[in-house]
Every structure is written in C-alpha cells, then in structure tokens.
Design a protein around this ligand. Sequence first.
Ligand code: HEM
Length: 234
Amino acid sequence: MHPTADQVLPGTAPSDYENYLKTDALLALQPGPETWTHRDELLFTVVHQSAELWLKLAVAEVEQAITQLDRGKRLAATRSLDRVIECIDIITPPLHMLERMTPWDYQHVRTALGHGSGFDSPGFLRLRTSLPNLVAAVRRQLESDGLTLRDLYLAVEQNEEMFAIVERLVEIDEGLMKWRALHTKVIERTIGGTVEGTQGTPVEIVRNLRDKSIMDELWTVRAELTELADQTLR
Ligand code: HEM
C-alpha cells in the first residue's frame, strides 16, 4: 500500500488514521492462530485489554478531578468525574462477552494464563490507589465549606456544586459495585463459585468484595436521613 496524497503525518502506515492511532502495534497485541492455545484467547484478550485502556483513562480523570478540586474548580472536577463514571459503565457490559465462551473452552484459555490474575490488573490497581486520594480531596472541600455530608444532603439548594461532586462519588462507587457483582456472576458461570482462581484465591473472597465502598459515609448518610425523617417528619 502507498501513502495517500492527503496523508500529512509522519509514519510508515498507509494512512494518518493508522499512523496516529498506531493501529498496527495495537492490533498485534492479541494472540493469533500462530500462538494461541485456544481461539477464545482472542475474545478473552480483547475484553481485558480494552478494560485496561478505559481504566487508564479513568485514572487520568480521577487525577485531573483531584487537581481541579484542590484549585476549587468544582465544575471542572465534575466534568472529569463524569468521564470516570462513563469509563466504569463502559467496562461493565463487555463482561457478558466472557459468558459467550463455554465453560470448557475457558478451561483451555485458562491454561495459557499462567498465574495471571485480575488482582494484578494495572488499571484496577491504579484506580484503587487513586480513589482514596479523590475521597480525601472531596473531604477537604467539605471541610473548607464547614459541611458534614449530613448538612450537605439537608441543604442541597445552598450547596449545589458540592452536592454534584458527592453524588458523582456515589455513582463511581455504585458503578464499581455493579461491575464487581457482574464479575462475580461471570466467574460463577465460567469456573464455578466454589473453586480457586489462578493465584489460589477462593472465589468466595471476590464475592465478599462486591459491596466494598470507597467512602462508607456515602451510604450511611442515607440511613441517618431516614432516622431524622422518622423523628421529625412522621
Ligand atoms: C472469564 C472471565 C473471568 C474470570 C473467570 C475471572 C476470574 C477471576 C478470579 C477467580 C478472581 C480471583 C483472583 C484470582 O485468583 O485470580 C478474579 C479477580 C479479579 N478479576 Fe477477574 N475474571 C474474569 C474476567 C475479568 C475481567 C474482564 C476483568 C477486567 C479487567 C477482571 C478483573 C479482575 C479484578 C480487578 C479482580 C480482583 C478482585 C476485585 O477487585 O473484585 N476479571 N477474577
């Protein structure tokens, strides 16, 4: 193939699209028939590698949100947090693709994975490290406004921007819980719920992580409001 006349970027690929996006390198990253143990390694790799890319974007947006929050730029932080929410939402439905493998075919794929385990996913590890920093940045903003979460939820009209930020944390938290709930079902459907993973972790441990929260008060504040309503409204 020859470069087209309208190609303006440097590179050896036949189009600017391919040069800019490095599609040659990207599409060479999945096992092909010459190396795979089972053809479903392609399905398995595409789902995992694409999740890693979306998680990379999620972490970059969490870091940007922290920077913006510390500058007091709350609306800008909100825009980044919307992207984090989208990233987590995007990686959840593709988990169903893994259910399109038969359990026995996956056992063949699994032989190629060595001790590879989702616990070592760089995307999830970085997200798990960055989210507590995001929660700390949100807490600093609440403190600078002299607000507890309870105060905030009782006076949303006076604190719309802060409320928007905190509700985004709830969405991120809920999004991760939904991802983990589906991931657990995928595991149970594929390898069963009573076995161990590639690193010897019982599936039970993954099941117990499902509702782990980045900030427990996001949820307990709801119960506090119900108690308050019981005392004052009913
Ligand atoms: C056939 C599909 C899948 C199976 C059977 C599976 C199985 C498992 C198992 C058994 C564990 C427990 C740790 C271990 O021993 O490996 C685990 C953990 C984990 N897996 Fe998967 N997994 C699948 C797909 C995915 C996908 C697509 C991702 C996305 C990157 C992922 C990310 C993780 C993460 C982050 C953990 C750590 C536990 C957590 O944070 O909830 N897994 N997986």
